[in-house]
Design a protein around this ligand. Structure first.
Ligand SMILES: Nc1ncnc2c1ncn2[C@@H]1O[C@H](COP(=O)(O)OP(=O)(O)O)[C@@H](O)[C@H]1O
Ligand SMILES: [Mg+2]
Length: 232
């Protein structure tokens, strides 16, 4: 399988000097196409910092990051924005939907930035919404949907353009147990369908579902193992 993520000797240091925080302290990670990886660790271990790096939302203090064989570690904001749009589908804890757009409008949004025509956009967005079981809610605004439905819209938005990587940061952090199961099942299905899924979580049950678990502590990787019960 093709290599998607190659991070070498990555550091992210906040407040360099006396009060410095090594949020990432020499991290090496390689992730191949089609993997299902959970990144775990306690609060403050560096998960969100790593998510920001993986998602090209920020650049490291030092070290290299090749995403799909492109060095993105020194890129400027404009180029990073393009890489994000092309390579990564984001799912956030707080859904991050646009309040005054309906479900289909939200899913279409990243497709607009890709320059896809209106007709094609609507078709792609409808397909994505039916994958997450929301074909009957296309015209609903976020305020007219439950948390679980909103997160499913966010999943549809993340997968619509078929980005190489789906990156989820605590995707079930705001959901109840039942809805958590539904969202995790959708992620599992996406993985089965060949997508690369990276989930950041502090929830052990979610981590158990992933095929591979990477554990962070104090900005360092302290474990990286294949899960027996997880997906192949
Ligand atoms: N913008 C920032 N400025 C200074 N310190 C930060 C900043 N962001 C995160 N940190 C620190 O970096 C460490 C890792 O934080 P974070 O990546 O948010 O961890 P996690 O997501 O695992 O809780 C923590 O000690 C945190 O306080
Ligand atoms: Mg965090």
């Amino acid at each position: 399988m093709e290599e998607l993520v190659r991070i070498k000797n990555m550091y992210k240091i906040y407040n360099p000097g006396e009060d410095e925080v090594r949020a990432l302290d020499g991290v090496d990670i390689t992730i191949h196409e089609g993997e299902y990886v959970a990144i775990i660790g306690q609060s403050g271990s560096g998960k969100s910092t790593l998510m920001n790096m993986l998602g090209c939302l920020d650049v490291p203090t030092s070290g290299s990051y090749y995403l799909h064989n492109q060095d993105v570690s020194q890129m400027k904001d404009n180029d990073l924005a393009q890489i994000r749009n092309k390579e990564i589908g984001f799912i956030f804890q707080g859904f991050n939907l646009i309040a005054n757009l309906d479900a289909i409008g939200n899913v279409e949004l990243p497709l607009i930035y890709r320059g896809i025509s209106k007709g094609a956009r609507q078709k792609i967005a409808k397909q994505a919404l039916s994958i997450v079981g929301l074909e009957k809610r296309m015209k609903h605004k976020p305020s007219e949907m439950s948390g679980g439905q909103q997160q499913r819209v966010a999943v549809a938005r993340a997968i619509a353009a078929k980005p190489p990587v789906i990156l989820a940061d605590e995707p079930t952090g705001n959901l109840d147990t039942k809805t958590t199961k539904e969202i995790m099942e959708i992620l599992r299905e996406l993985h089965r369908a060949g997508r690369t899924v990276i989930v950041i979580t502090h929830d052990d049950e979610i981590a158990e579902q992933a095929a591979r678990v990477i554990k962070l502590k104090d900005g360092k990787i302290v474990a990286d193992y294949m899960n027996q019960q997880g997906e192949e």
